[in-house]
Design a binder for this molecule. Structure first.
Ligand SMILES: CC(C)(COP(=O)(O)OP(=O)(O)OC[C@H]1O[C@@H](n2cnc3c(N)ncnc32)[C@H](O)[C@@H]1OP(=O)(O)O)[C@@H](O)C(=O)NCCC(=O)NCCS
Length: 285
């Protein structure tokens, strides 16, 4: 018997936002829940469940990979459901939680999920001085202009091919998550160009869950322009723009073993690890 386990409905948005916020560095809001439920391919009736203490959804993201997202205080029933549903959708089950969420991580270990990777939330206090950005020769930076949508999308997709477990996103999926508030803040979307060629992007916005926090969602530099200081300049530029808007901190998430050394770059500009997110995997026949 799945006591109380059911598919959520529109009336549960506030409850789900509350459960999604537990053990999370910043609270989730109702808009985030609605955005998740309306994302392309998401099937609320079959891919999400709710009970008294927890919420879960599962999401296939290509190559047999399925992300299991469990929030709140995980009940055995809801994790049983999530694992069974994930097995219907793929063969590599991935799940995770912040290191402070011991109940969830123990539950994953008990089910023979094994830890495979960490990511870090890194932050910097913007009252700490940082150097002026130094742009590599020939590079100019400007903010988003209407018509730049594809340049941001393509630069994001191309640069993240060099990240761990890249996710191939269609333009529509990307636009659903990125070209709308809270992420779409054109004045904080930076495009570095070399003549007419996009060289790199930084997609930033004021975090909705913490009014003092400027968030760097995406930082990507295309292969030919790497290792010339462009990533660092884009980041320092973002910090300066955050300060102009009165934001007190900057933050981002990064793979702790970034293939291209992004974590080193962030340490070099003075960011530090504020929290660790542990990722687990279970491969099923
Ligand atoms: C991470 C990333 C944005 C860095 O961009 P970048 O423009 O290469 O960054 P920088 O040039 O500022 O710094 C990268 C390295 O080049 C070095 N460098 C900078 N200028 C240099 C120069 N003129 N000559 C030689 N090396 C130089 C830096 O010291 C740094 O060295 P390190 O790797 O040993 O720490 C880019 O590699 C990328 O797009 N990666 C894939 C996407 C990704 O993972 N993004 C971050 C997700 S959070």
């Amino acid at each position: 018997m799945n006591g109380g386990l059911r598919a959520p409905t529109d009336e549960d948005v506030a409850t789900v936002a509350r459960l999604m916020s537990e053990h999370w560095p910043e609270p989730a809001d109702e808009a985030l829940v609605r955005r998740t439920w309306s994302s392309p391919g998401f099937d609320l009736e079959h891919d999400a469940r709710l009970d008294d203490s927890s919420y879960a959804n599962v999401d296939a993201f290509g190559d047999g990979r399925v992300w299991i997202d469990v929030r709140g205080r995980p009940s055995t029933d809801i994790v049983d459901w999530a694992e069974a549903r994930a097995r219907e959708k793929g063969s590599r089950l991935l799940a995770g939680g912040w290191a402070s969420n011991e109940a969830l991580l123990h539950e994953l270990e008990r089910r023979r999920f094994r830890p495979i990777r960490h990511s870090h939330r890194m932050t910097i206090n913007l009252s700490d001085p940082t150097p002026e950005p130094l742009w590599p020769e020939g590079i100019e930076v400007r903010t988003f202009r209407p018509g730049d949508e594809r340049a941001f999308y393509e630069t994001h997709q191309e640069t993240f091919e060099d990240s761990w477990e890249p996710i191939e996103e269609s333009y529509d999926e990307w636009a659903h998550w990125t070209l709308k508030p809270p992420v779409f803040v054109p004045d904080l979307w930076f495009l570095a160009i070399d003549g007419d060629e996009p060289a790199g992007v930084a997609i930033c916005y004021p975090h909705r869950g913490a009014s003092d926090l400027g968030w760097v969602q995406i930082l990507g530099v295309r292969g030919p322009w790497r290792k010339r200081g462009l990533g660092r300049a884009l980041l320092l530029h973002a910090f300066a723009e955050f300060r102009l808007r009165g934001l007190k901190r900057a933050g981002l998430g990064v793979d702790a073993e970034s293939i291209t050394g992004a974590n080193r770059l962030y340490e070099q500009v003075g960011m530090h690890v504020a929290a660790r997110f542990d990722i687990y995997e279970k491969v099923v026949p």
